[in-house]
Write a protein that binds this ligand. Structure first.
Ligand code: NDP
Ligand code: MG
Length: 383
């Protein structure tokens, strides 16, 4: 039986790589649903190739174009944000791979869990915004959340066969991004072109900026807490510029397990889809002699304040990480539109965390309202 996959955000970096994995293993996986925000041309091209049952184009102005092409091929087209949230409930879907960017991932993921679909989670923002609610819901519905993020996939792979053993701590590795080693002064006039050049990974624009500010690593710390049920002091970040060790687990006997390989997102994507099996991959193999040195450094959280803010959000809990995520989405967009400087991203995040009211035990409605309010506050700081 082939696993039937819904890819939310199929036109993005993770989405297109997921389709490559599926194409390489057409005997094991089949595409059931594809979705995009506004890239109608690529969505059409993907749909004609992979013949899903249905597609969603969120931006309604593209609905006519997509549906006119796809109806002849018996592929259903839907549009709008509600359709995106509902499509995951389709009976035939086995796995929902969430590869859309930002807060938009939250409601579709909630619906997919309620519909008892296995989640392959790339959209870390979902766990940043509402990790407590999502993991509780997944437990209640006995739904597995399988990490796609490379560090979390590494931890997950290290934990196979270890579920009865206590984790002392985990180390999330960080490349350090394009500005590793730079001082605040040197970051004053960073352009978006400089920030969009990641040394080791090709990714969408938002996560590339998040990697440059270390917000991405901060979000990954929060993501790890929820995925592996850890306390903040059990999660450490270590800068490892070569991105070969994808992350490590240290057990209570002091022994450490790491997962290694060349940086290639198709590996964690494939593992999430094929789990619990490993299946063949033709990806390039690691050669020790190409990497005679693997090096490690402490992250500089004074320069890259976002990582510190993420730990603060983790320790205080409540809606604070939701505030941080919303502020960051607005700040990154403003930076990409040349409205603010690079260092202002973290400054805006910090200001929003101070200004938006704290809620200790948020409900889903509280998260939705917090997200809206934090965006409004961040917008006032951008203009
Ligand atoms: P991209 O920007 O490349 O792709 C985002 C996808 O989501 C596109 O298909 C886009 O559609 C769609 N999308 C964007 N905004 C919305 C919205 N508001 N509503 C519905 N759909 C939307 O992002 P990435 O693939 O880089 O990242 C996706 C997620 O995976 C992020 O959460 C990121 O943090 C995470 N991740 C990514 C990694 C990577 O290597 N790229 C590594 C680890 C995690 P359209 O094309 O039409 O705009
Ligand atoms: Mg990652």
């Amino acid at each position: 039986m082939k696993k039937k996959i819904a890819i939310l955000g199929s036109t993005g970096s993770i989405g297109t790589q997921t389709l490559e994995v599926i194409e390489e293993h057409a005997d094991k996986f089949e595409v059931e649903v594809l979705t995009a925000n506004s890239n109608a041309d690529l969505l059409i091209e993907q749909a004609l190739k992979f013949k899903p049952n249905a597609v969603v184009i969120v931006d309604e102005t593209h609905y006519k174009k997509v549906s006119e092409v796809l109806w002849e091929h018996d592929i259903k087209t839907y549009s709008g944000i509600e359709a995106l949230a509902q499509i995951v409930e389709m009976e035939a879907i086995d796995i929902v791979l969430t590869a859309l960017v930002g807060y938009a991932g939250l409601l579709p993921t909630i619906n997919a869990i309620k519909a008892k679909k296995t989640i392959a989670l790339a959209n870390k923002e979902t766990l940043v915004v509402a990790g407590e609610l999502i993991t509780k819901l997944a437990r209640e519905n006995q739904v597995a959340i399988l990490p796609v993020d490379s560090e979390h996939s590494a931890i997950f792979q290290c934990l196979v066969g270890e579920f009865q053993n206590n984790i002392e701590k985990i180390y999330l590795t960080a490349s350090g991004g394009p500005f590793r080693g730079k001082t605040r002064d040197e970051l004053l006039n960073i352009t978006k072109e400089q920030a969009l050049k990641h040394p080791n990974w090709e990714m969408g624009a938002k996560i590339t900026i998040d990697s440059a500010t270390l917000m991405n690593k901060g979000f990954e710390v929060i993501e790890a807490k929820w995925l592996f049920n850890l306390k903040p002091e059990q999660i450490d970040v270590i800068v490892h510029p070569q991105s070969i060790i994808h992350s490590l687990v240290q057990f209570e006997d002091g022994s450490m397990k790491a997962q290694l390989g060349l940086p290639d997102m198709k590996h964690p994507i494939q593992y999430a889809l094929s789990f619990p099996q490993r299946i063949f991959s033709k990806s390039a193999r690691f050669n020790f002699l190409d990497y005679p040195q693997l090096t490690f450094e402490q992250p500089d959280t004074d320069t890259f304040l976002n990582l510190k803010l993420a730990y603060l959000a983790l320790e205080k809990g409540g809606n604070l990480a939701c505030i941080l995520n919303a502020a960051n989405e607005i700040a990154v967009e403003a930076f990409l539109n040349d409205k603010i400087a690079f260092l202002q991203i973290a400054a805006i995040n910090q200001q929003c965390m101070k200004n938006v009211p704290f809620i200790e035990h948020p409900t889903l409605e509280d998260y939705i309202k917090t997200n809206e309010l934090a965006r409004e506050v961040a917008l006032t700081l951008v203009d």
